[in-house]
Design a protein around this ligand. Sequence first.
Ligand code: PNS
Length: 165
Amino acid sequence: MAPDNRIAICPGTFDPVTNGHLDVISRASAMYDEVVVAVVNLPWRKGKTVFTTDERLAFLRKATSHMANIEVAPFSTLLVDFARERQAMAIVKGLRAISDFEYELEMNQLNHTQAPEIESVYLMASGKYSFLSSSGVKELATFGGDIEDLVPAEVAKALKERLGR
Ligand code: PNS
């Protein structure tokens, strides 16, 4: 039976969280009673991450601590299994440029075959974040670019320490 609370999952690798992610998370927080930010916890998936799962969780917890209906949790199962476990009604993701569309269409259809009762909801990225990605920020940090306006201050500091040349 559906829970009284309307619960959504905002999933991702978040290596690291960017202000674009936070924009989507805060908009989801206004749309649902509870939002679980689900952090992929599989070290071997898509290559090694710059930050450990614990670090990625900590960045997200700090950056969302002002939003009362947000929980940040790791997951290492199929996303839809995690969503079912949390009795979520929706998976909420951001959609940036057209380049995101093909991947997200595939994910949406894969997830839908596994759990047709869970809707995927896409929020269009705000204009100022439409070209912001974790990998772009890592590239900038590696070569000494200015990332202060793109990620939380703590993340910017950690990125410079870990990747800066
Ligand atoms: O682009 P990201 O941040 O790496 O996205 C991660 C995720 C889990 C949201 C995306 O890959 C997805 O929707 N996957 C669905 C398939 C699945 O459940 N994979 C297991 C991941 S632990």
